[in-house]
Write a protein that binds this ligand. Structure first.
Ligand SMILES: Cc1ncc(COP(=O)(O)O)c(C=O)c1O
Ligand SMILES: N[C@@H](CCCC[NH3+])C(=O)O
Length: 424
């Protein structure tokens, strides 16, 4: 992660000291590197250059939906993968093109389908027959034709945390592979939908290529079956899911390693290759962001020590929700400080409110620390539990820093609520 480095022990993001970010914007605070996000996107773009259609990167908005992040990706030419009309409005507000949007998710509501058709999105990834019927109905009422792919569930174990596995038969996602051909035939007979592709996404934080390649084999088999039936597939959407290195023992494949295997598989089969779409989220932004937080104090008990910080599970949920590991370091490294072993915990009233367990850190009361790998599924999963304000977000570009979302205030929270008296 070349965008994070140390200058005489002091941690910088690009050319900005993290201590100066804390001084200017306070803590807790998410800090993102522009060059980190750009590198993440460009790796995919480059890895798809061999595609006859140029390939498409549709960044998964759910990973980090801050408008400035979406806007910088839109400027690079990125498409977007969305799962709600809210995400679509964010893409449009950030200057993204509706025509580069792929709409996924198990339940797209009528109003969402209507809006997506209005802005002429690139493709609906359909996850059930009922959804297909609804898309037909809405498109017909608008006298439009909806471009679609079916999202296939291949029943393959992605070997990740069970909560983020999406391609097993017990998961709610997609259409069973054995039923896919029948549903395609049904779609082919509908006047207001047009089949353009096929899609698959088997999970997130995937660390080995085998399940991804196995899923791809299943999809290629279906593409052939469909071809034999006269149904043409213009693109294969292979989803997202590539993992990142949260801890030293994780070694995810790079986008170029993964996509060169996809390329070989396609070329083995035929010369007539469909375009490839990828929908990465985490592998573009996770490593470009940190959560910057302050140690309020070290609490010693006869059993262990706790570093009680000003961030909590409401700011970064992943450790509490998945037992996820995120590397933690002091912002200013000082060898003269004694190393302590501690649980890094927040102030929320839950024993599950921790960011790290049994960490060895050279820290004292008042020190700043960073939590790495927080650019994806960080701020976007934050909440107001315990009436805590969501943290600020800052984007760094070279030696410049910019507030891209201000810290919430209690007034922000209260203004959405009505008391019995003033509600009339
Ligand atoms: C349909 C779909 N596409 C893309 C993604 C992005 O996944 P990741 O952030 O693991 O790349 C997800 C989330 O898992 C998803 O559900
Ligand atoms: N929220 C998850 C990823 C979800 C992927 C969405 N399909 C995480 O933090 O790892």
């Amino acid at each position: 992660m070349s965008w994070f480095s140390r200058l005489e022990g002091q941690l910088k993001v690009e050319d900005v000291l993290l201590s100066s970010v804390a001084e200017k914007y306070g803590t807790p605070c998410y800090v993102y590197s522009r060059s980190g996000c750009e590198t993440g996107y460009n790796e995919y773009k480059k890895a798809l250059e061999w595609c006859p259609g140029g390939g498409r990167v549709c960044y998964a908005v759910k990973a980090n939906s801050n408008l400035s992040i979406l806007s910088l990706l839109a400027d690079l030419g990125s498409g977007f993968e969305i799962v709600s009309v809210g995400e679509l409005e964010r893409v449009l507000a950030a200057g993204g093109e509706g025509q580069k949007v792929v709409f996924c998710g198990v339940c797209k509501e009528e109003h969402e389908i209507r809006r997506a058709l209005e802005v002429e999105i690139f493709c609906f990834n359909v996850e059930s027959e009922k959804e297909l019927e609804l898309i037909q109905k809405v498109a017909e009422s608008m006298k439009k034709v909806a471009p679609i792919s079916l999202r296939v569930n291949p029943d393959i174990d992605p070997r990740t945390h069970p909560y983020i596995s999406t391609g097993l038969k017990e998961n709610k996602f997609g259409i069973e592979s054995k039923k896919a051909v029948l549903v395609y035939q049904k779609a082919a007979a509908l006047p207001n939908v047009k089949i353009i592709g096929i899609a698959c996404h088997i999970g997130s934080q995937i660390l080995t290529m085998e399940p991804l390649l196995e899923a791809f084999d299943c999809i290629m088999g279906l593409v052939q079956e469909l071809k034999d039936l006269g149904i043409t597939i213009n693109h294969i959407d292979i989803g997202g899911g590539l993992g990142v290195q949260y801890s030293n023992d994780e070694n995810p494949p790079s986008p170029s390693e993964y996509l060169s295997r996809i390329k070989s598989k396609l070329l083995e089969k035929s010369r007539d290759i469909p375009d490839i779409i990828v929908q990465p989220g985490r592998s573009i932004v996770a490593e470009a962001g940190v959560l910057l937080t302050r140690v309020n104090f070290i609490k010693e008990t006869s059993n262990k020590s706790f570093a009680v910080i000003d961030a909590s599970m409401t700011d970064l949920l992943r450790p509490s929700l998945y037992g996820a590991y995120h590397k933690i370091e002091p912002v200013d490294y000082d060898e003269n400080k004694t190393e302590i072993e501690c649980d890094v915990v927040g102030p929320v009233c839950e024993s599950g409110d921790f960011i790290g367990k049994k960490r060895r850190l050279r820290i004292i009361d008042g020190d700043l620390i960073v939590v790495y790998g927080a650019g994806a599924y960080g701020h976007c999963m934050s909440s107001n539990y315990n009436s805590r304000n969501r943290p600020a977000e800052v984007l760094v570009d070279g030696n410049k820093m910019k507030l891209v979302r201000r810290r919430e205030t209690i007034r922000d929270q209260l203004q959405l609520e009505l008391t019995e008296f003033n509600s009339q």
